[in-house]
Design a protein around this ligand. Sequence first.
Ligand code: ADP
Length: 493
Amino acid sequence: MSDNTQARKIAFIGSECYPFVKTGGLGDVMYALPRALTPLGCEVRVFLPNYACIPPKYKDQMLYRGNFMMDLCSDGRQFYVGIMELVMDGVIYDFIDNREFFDWGNPYTGLWEDIPKYCYFSKAVLAVMNYMEWIPDVIHCHDWQASLVPLYLRTRFDGTPVGSAKSIVTIHNLRFQGICGIEHLKYWTGLPDYLFDYPVLKQNENEANMFKGGLAYADKITTVSETYAEEIQTSFYGEGLNGHLYYHRPKLKGIVNGIDVQLWNSATDKLLAADYDYDSVLEKKIENKRALQEQLGLEQDDGQFVIGLISRLTDQKGLDLVNAVFPEMLDEHTQVVILGTGDPRYEGAFRYYEGENKGRVCAYISYNESLAHLIYAGADALLVPSLFEPCGLTQLIAMRYGTVPIVRETGGLKDTVQPYNEETNEGNGFTFDWYQADLLLDAIRRAKALYFEDRSRWNDMVQRDMAKDVSWENSARKYLALYEELTPEEAAE
Ligand code: ADP
């Protein structure tokens, strides 16, 4: 930030945030981006639901900041809004407290309950800002769960102090949109009827779409990579909103995610068997492979090519391709480690392969943050063959840990993994373009060929990956530029 610009007050609104509650990349971004914006001169507050599943060690640190009653539904039904606050590393987290909505789930339970839950949350955060007299310049909303905020801002909160704020909606994943019956949403939001028309909330004759409405009313829309920003304007990736996004493209921008390089740092990571950095990776990384093999009951063999996969087990992640090539991907020199939960179809398939290949395959069907760290450090390659991938963080973490990504060229994977070029010995990983199992297998085989036949070039890539800048720094500056563009009057002060 240049000296003559004023600090921007930014409110982050989202449904998850590491380390309190995280189910995927959204949780990482809600944690890391505010921390990257703070040194740039932004005052960021993060607003989250006070879910029951937040670990007690954080609940114990929260301070009560007040409460009030808020009307929500079209019949004026009143709900309690409590404010619990926690400050961590200079960032303020305000948790919206209401046991009726947030006392079960981890954090999601299903749309029937989630829709009222996030209607309440979206309205409550704005009411809390007025209550606390903390008025942001920009309200940065993340995914469908926060996407009613721009609508409330321009209707129910118009003319109130917070009504002066600008809004941004960031799309982390367009697949989830918050769609339900029109009457259901009308009731829970209490929003005026005119918003339930096609340009805003109306999805079809019977249904309303929360994300669609938020995107229409936001001052800016961002998504988490430049390629995904283009892709979502097409029918293949647009999840039914491609026309809507194409219409709103003048305010749409792609800004690629980074990762928190303090949190993800192989030189200081307490969850690893051996720490390493750029200089020691070629000597020390192997100790993590050994620890991983031991912990997961894989054959202890330094010579194995270990492929990792850390993912929600859903169709999005290209797991039908993995499933299709699994037997061919394995050989006596290859081990595979899968960490994930999700679709029982994939859980079952990977468990089956583990049963058939004891000592060579581990399907760890669970969510396990510590094991994830060890896999990032202990594997040689990480698979991310996604059908679509707004940004993807696992390939960024893998590179930071000197683990070579094997990815499909889509969304943020395309923007962050430069394909290996054997002519020039450049690139960060192995890639394939069409969504086809044989192309995935080909990419895996190319990776193995380099690993087994030209280890020095493989090692070059490992070090290149570790040296690559995957931090938030550049992207945080782009967000700041966007905040400044939305609030030029402050910049002039
Ligand atoms: P998405 O947000 O679509 O799930 P991302 O690649 O953006 O995918 O982010 C995934 C994040 O969740 C990464 O930090 C990854 O390490 C973590 N993660 C995914 N599955 C697991 C799991 N089973 N155990 C631990 N961490 C996981």
